[in-house]
Design a protein around this ligand. Structure first.
Ligand code: F6R
Length: 361
């Protein structure tokens, strides 16, 4: 049942305020400025012993894990990184007993992720799951974890589950942070930010008509560049993946800082750029990248907290805490991909060559 929407993708994008509300519900502990995640199976002493966190997933879940790794480093100061599960399992990785492994999956059935979890467990590692589908293979195989509570996702391309997965990582990061060195004041600041998310998501979604008009401006592109820096980079990667999957337009994501090391050669009017420009300590750096693109006559669509003079168009999104901004900045670009694909007459819920869960090698 699409509940009045023409596609599941549109329905699922539209459900995100409620979905985020659901992943937060019942978990916030205001007294200790932390959150409780029931099924983690990791007591405070064990959590303090974790020296490193390795996050494994595929596709959109991998991108959510990249944001998750940054949240964990920022809030809990535990070294963390994300890697595609498929790469990890074939490179004979060093499995370290002080590392906590986190497997991320919407379906909980992705074979590459499941195989990585099984290999890790065979070697005695502790593996948590950040999974959407309750009782799925990865959820059962993991030692503990947290559900993402996005609700059923039918469209082959993942949208609401991406957002909820990142929020679930913010909760995990806050939890780990408050067991370690994150202050009460910072814990409260993040909790207040999390509570603002659902209303801010609704605010972004209310701009759909404007985003649709902008999508029409770029629909002639054969290829698009997506750039962001640090917190903005996984957002750029995910937005590029969405555009590729549903519209079949080639899209390439780069850290904004790497532009001058090569991809700037591609910039010309026929190669528009989507730039993630949060109002944080890297704002001036990001603005400089926009200037470099403009100097080569590149068209620019910015997703930012204020109108960017160098951009041809800006989608203005509400500001949250710096750490949580990536959660919001990807949402207008889901609509951007959707409306681009719609205008091109694509089969939005079932893009060619793709399946909802990849249960084969
Ligand atoms: C992207 C997409 C895929 C999946 C990937 C992992 O829109 O749908 O990239 O994210 O196949 O799937 P899960 O999260 O089910 O493990």
């Amino acid at each position: 049942d699409m509940g009045g929407h023409d596609t599941y993708m549109h329905k699922e994008i539209s459900e995100q305020a409620d979905a985020v509300d659901r992943v937060l519900r019942g978990r916030i502990d205001d007294r200790f400025a932390t959150v409780h995640l029931g099924g983690l199976n990791l007591d405070a002493r064990e959590a303090r012993g974790v020296r490193r966190i390795k996050i494994l997933g595929c596709g959109t879940s991998y991108h959510a894990g990249q944001i998750g790794a940054q949240l964990i480093e920022e809030l809990a100061r535990i070294p963390a990184d994300a890697e595609p599960a498929s790469e990890f399992r074939y490179r004979n990785p060093v499995v370290d007993p002080d590392t906590l492994y986190v497997a991320v999956s919407q379906s909980g059935e992705t074979y590459d992720v499941l195989a990585a979890v099984q290999e890790l467990k065979r070697k005695g590692a502790r593996v948590l799951g950040v999974v959407n589908v309750v009782g799925s293979a990865i959820a059962r195989e993991a030692d503990g974890g947290t559900y993402v509570h996005a609700g059923p996702e039918v469209c082959v391309v993942s949208t609401k589950c991406f957002t909820n997965t990142v929020v679930a990582f913010a909760l995990l990061a806050l939890h780990l942070g408050r067991i370690r060195d994150l202050s009460v004041a910072d814990g409260k600041r993040i909790i207040d930010g999390l509570r603002r998310l659902p209303a801010q998501i609704s605010e972004i979604l209310a701009n759909e008509d404007e985003i649709k008009k902008m999508a029409a401006e770029y629909a002639d592109a054969k290829s698009m560049m997506f750039i962001g820096r640090v917190r903005g980079f996984p957002v750029a990667r995910e937005a590029a993946l969405k555009l590729k999957e549903v519209s079949y337009i080639h899209a390439e994501a780069y850290p904004a800082s790497e532009l001058k090391h090569g991809p700037l050669a591609l910039i010309e009017p026929a190669m528009p750029t989507v730039a993630i420009v949060p109002d944080d300590d890297l704002l001036e750096k990001n603005r400089a990248a926009l200037e470099e693109i403009k100097a080569r006559s590149g068209r620019i669509l910015a997703v930012a907290h204020q109108v960017q003079e160098k951009a041809d168009h800006t989608i203005v999104v509400p500001k949250n805490e710096n750490e949580l901004d990536p959660i919001l900045m990807g949402i207008p670009l889901q609509l951007f991909a959707y409306h681009t694909a719609l205008a091109m007459g694509r089969d939005i819920d079932k893009p060619r060559n793709l399946a909802k869960s990849v249960t084969v090698e």
